[in-house]
Structures are given as C-alpha cells and as structure tokens.
Design a binder for this molecule. Structure first.
Ligand SMILES: [Zn+2]
Ligand SMILES: [Zn+2]
Length: 336
C-alpha cells in the first residue's frame, strides 16, 4: 500500500512540509529549502536558503524582491521535468494562474499528491494553461469557493472596457489591476481583441511587465503614465495598482473612469464601496464551477482545501463522494 499523503505531508507553522523530501511548499517564513508555486507575495516570500521554482517564477521573484532576498541559492526546474529530492519525485505542472505558476506534483512510494498553488482554467495569453493531474490527494485553493462566483469570459469584459472607451473618448480609463499577472493579462487580452493603441502604466507596473517581455510575453506598445502629458492620456487606458486608482494619482488624470479588474467585482457592493464606475470581472483564480470541474478532473478521492472559502467547497466535494478537509494554513490570501 502506498503511504497516504497525510502521513508525509504535514502542516507546520511555516506552511506545508513534505517530510521525506525535507522541503516546504510556499512557506510563509524563511526555511532551509522551499519549493515555490508562483511569484505572488503571499506564496513567494524572501529569505529562504534554497529555492526551487520555474525559471519564470525565479525571474519574477528577483524582479520584485531583489536578487539577494529571492533566496540563498536558486534552482530552476522546467515544467514536466521530474526531479528527485531526497525520497520524493517533484514535478512542476502549469497552473494557468500567472506566468511561471506551477502545481507541485509529489510522488512518494507510489502515492501522489498535487498542491495546486493558485490556479485558473480560463484562457490567459500570458501563461501556459492548467493541466489536471490524476492524484491521490489534490490540495486546492478556494479563493472564490462560493457558488455566487462565476467569472465571465475575460475577453467579453475587455470588450466592455473598449465600449466605454469608445463612448467617452475625452476621458481617461484607469484600470486597477495587480502588478503581477492581472496587469499583463489585461494588456495581452486588449491586444488579443485588437486594441493596438499605446497602453499606459503606473510606475509600479513597469518592472514586472519588463520581466514578462524578457521572458517572451508580447505586450505591444506600453508606456509609463507618470511622464506622459495629461492631454496624451485623454481617451487612453491607464493601468495602475488597485491601491492607486482612488487616490491623488488617479485624480490627476483627465476626468477618469475608474475601473477595476478583479473576481471580487462580481459583488456589486464591493465595486460601489471602492468607487468603481466600471467593474470588470477578470480573475486569475478558478471560479466556483471551475473549482468543482478541476476536482473532478484530477479524479482525486480526497482533497485538502487551503486558502479562501473552504466550507462551501468541502461541502460540495463531500456530496461528490470525495473526502475533503480544510488545511487551515495561515498567511495566504489576496496578493499585496
Ligand atoms: Zn497567486
Ligand atoms: Zn494565493
């Protein structure tokens, strides 16, 4: 009998720990050996002695935290290439979340566990699509783990943005988007639906966009918004961190239409409270239907649920005859 993953995958104060491999996954505190699923700040923390991740994730970590803080030694592992770490074979599988994002497949004495990290099933021109991997235990996120969360096609949301730009040619559309992943996906989706005008960026967004470009992701004509003349931004699209869209920075723009690209925009009150005139439901996390579909696709008889709305997902899995439990890991949540 292969050993059940609960006997060799443990929760510790630093996060999930693989005992026979002697490494942590996305640890929330500095550890000797870390395997990192993706570059978001709640998963990729500074100061580990040794870090294993995809080339893209390591590049993103170095951009965001500086080469020294990204880790003592950095080891690249391409997707689909098995690596033996002590007694465990580790393989990184695309998670479809942001550039470089990986699910972590661990095989030990015939038992298989997959830690999803964050993931989505919708198409994203900036990263490799999620691949379901059959396993004994699937460790899933549950950011949007409630039936109310259903994400429409991102291209349709982007077309709504362009319809508004056409309707208000004198106004600047300022779109709140997280710096890693969402920003580049919004840009690439705009290009996908045929928008080829320059896209302007808040200073906080430039560095990660440059890293994406260096890693081969096409973003077209992107320019810093800070140095651009106000008049030039009339009728233009400007991307900024969510924290910047409501403050003085955004008010400097010409009669801005404040937009926000987020799965949370499904909740109208949340958009209203944030002063969002044009909410765009664009998320890099699986929605309710895709969480359930993914659990089914992995054929896992058991799931562990990490961060998000665990309870509804556990209930739904149980009704699908799948064993389910909450991992209650702390320190994960929304980016920044
Ligand atoms: Zn993430
Ligand atoms: Zn996360």
């Amino acid at each position: 009998m292969p050993p059940h993953p609960q006997t060799w995958l443990k929760t510790t104060p630093q996060g999930l720990y693989c005992v026979p491999g002697d490494f942590h996954i996305d640890p929330t505190r500095a550890v000797p050996r870390a395997v990192i699923s993706h570059g978001h700040s709640d998963h990729a923390r500074p100061g580990h002695a040794h870090v294993l991740a995809t080339r893209e994730t390591l590049a993103i970590m170095q951009t965001r935290m500086g080469a020294e803080r990204a880790g003592g030694t950095l080891q690249t592992l391409p997707y689909h290439e098995p690596l033996l770490i002590n007694d465990v074979t580790v393989t990184l599988i695309p998670a479809g979340h942001v550039l470089g994002a990986a699910q972590i497949l661990m095989e030990y004495l015939g038992a298989r566990a997959v830690v999803s990290g964050d993931y989505k099933r919708q198409p994203d021109p900036t990263c490799a699509p999620f691949e379901p991997i059959p396993c004994d235990v699937f460790v899933t996120e549950a950011t949007f783990g409630l039936p109310v969360f259903r994400h429409p096609d991102a291209r349709d949301e982007i077309r709504r943005l362009l319809a508004s730009v056409a309707l208000f040619p004198e106004r600047t559309h300022v779109v709140g988007a997280y710096a890693l992943g969402k920003c580049q996906r919004v840009i690439a989706t705009l290009r996908e639906v045929g928008y080829d005008a320059p896209i302007y960026l808040h200073g906080a967004h430039m560095a990660v966009c440059e890293t994406y470009r260096a890693l081969g992701v096409e973003l077209g004509d992107i320019r810093p918004a800070t140095v651009a003349a106000k008049a030039e931004l009339k009728g233009a699209i400007v991307l900024a961190p969510p924290s910047a869209i409501a403050d003085r920075w955004a008010r400097r723009l010409e009669d801005p239409v404040v937009c926000m690209a987020s799965g949370w925009m499904r909740i109208r009150q949340r958009a209203k409270a944030g002063g969002i005139e044009l909410p765009l439901i664009i998320s890099d996390h699986a929605d309710w239907d895709d969480l359930l579909r993914t659990i089914r696709d992995t054929q896992a008889p058991e799931i562990w649920v990490t961060h998000g709305a665990e309870e509804a997902l556990i209930h739904a899995a149980t009704r699908m005859q799948i064993r389910a439990r909450a991992l209650s890991l702390v320190g994960y949540g929304e980016e920044e």
